[in-house]
Design a protein around this ligand. Sequence first.
Ligand SMILES: *Cc1c(COP(=O)(O)O)cnc(C)c1O
Length: 397
Amino acid sequence: MVCEINKETEKQLFFHNYSRLPLAITHGEGTYLYSSDGSRYLDMISGIGVNALGYGDKRVVNAITEQAQKIIHASNLFMLEPQFKLAGKLLEISGLSKVFFANSGTEAIEAAIKLSRKWAHLSGSIDKKEIVSLSNCFHGRTYGAMSLTAKAKYLEGYDPLLPGMANVSFNDVDNLKATVSDSTAAVFVEFIQGEGGIHKISSEFIDTLKTLREKHDFLLVADEIQAGCGRTGKFFSYMHFDIEPDLICLAKPLGGGLPLSAVIGNSKVKNVFAAGNHGTTFGGNPVACAAGLALINAIYDDHLMEQASATGKLMRQAFEALGEKYSQIREIRQYGLMIGITVKREASYYVQEALKRKVLVNATSGDVVRLLPPLTTSREEAQQCIDCLDEIFSEET
Ligand SMILES: *Cc1c(COP(=O)(O)O)cnc(C)c1O
């Protein structure tokens, strides 16, 4: 079959579930992507927050190459050194007790849902089954994770969903109090919502969650899939708050660009899973774990969390200045290098305009221009993005 790469052949070959940009990517370097016509694009999306080190980091590439030469896959029938090293690192950073590796964000969420229900079951309470999530959240696309994601656009036509789910309005303390009870097994929280448009949970909401957890004994699950691994300036975004989650889900950047996710649990849940209770063939693939370890070491060695904080702050100040200048900008929300610019029209307009100027930005939640640049983004590159948006706003009609 002939395969020219364009939007026509894309339509013929694939289900129509993605809206891909009309770019055939050949390679990447640092913060730039290159397309088949030789053009260079400044990438402020970094593979939806996956490429925390940009493209082609030598340490990650070498870790992958070296591990691939030893063994690419063996399965969880065996003990594999890269898994042990990465698990040790994640426990050291989080201070928690146990790790489970899977392959994608949604699988980490599934594992956390199963673990939560099993934990509640083992606690002896028959009707402690309910899983609570927040409005506007995003936890993934498989049935359990999707059932947590209470947004009509992701759910339409897919019912019946997983039963036993409840949804609380984001940052609505009274709604939280009214919903959570002894029947609650777990509450899933993105401390900074990503797909939802870069919204931070309030300290008041977190304090209430803490009090309610004392009272009703449920698990607090931190979905750190987008905000974790240093993106917000701390390794986990919950570290900006005075709270310890019981479970942490990690994915996107965790495998240095390879598919890898993790669930990390505290001592409360350390004995929930027994042999055969849960698993996945590819979970904790040794090449992905070796890449993940290289990624985490690079984040610390190069002080990338500090850099993400500084670059993010610089970008926020610049966008706030644009906000003074242009009435099209409603609000700037920025936590490290998770940045949302709320605009007055469809954010996709700015994606298209930036694309014409060879800058890649993303739209989420309809009216939010979202930036998830690599943590390694330089000041000059940040400035290029700022100048590009400045030009678009100034020329907008
Ligand atoms: C991307 C994302 C997921 C789902 O991860 P996949 O790897 O796409 O399954 C879950 N939660 C959050 C917060 C995410 O950003």
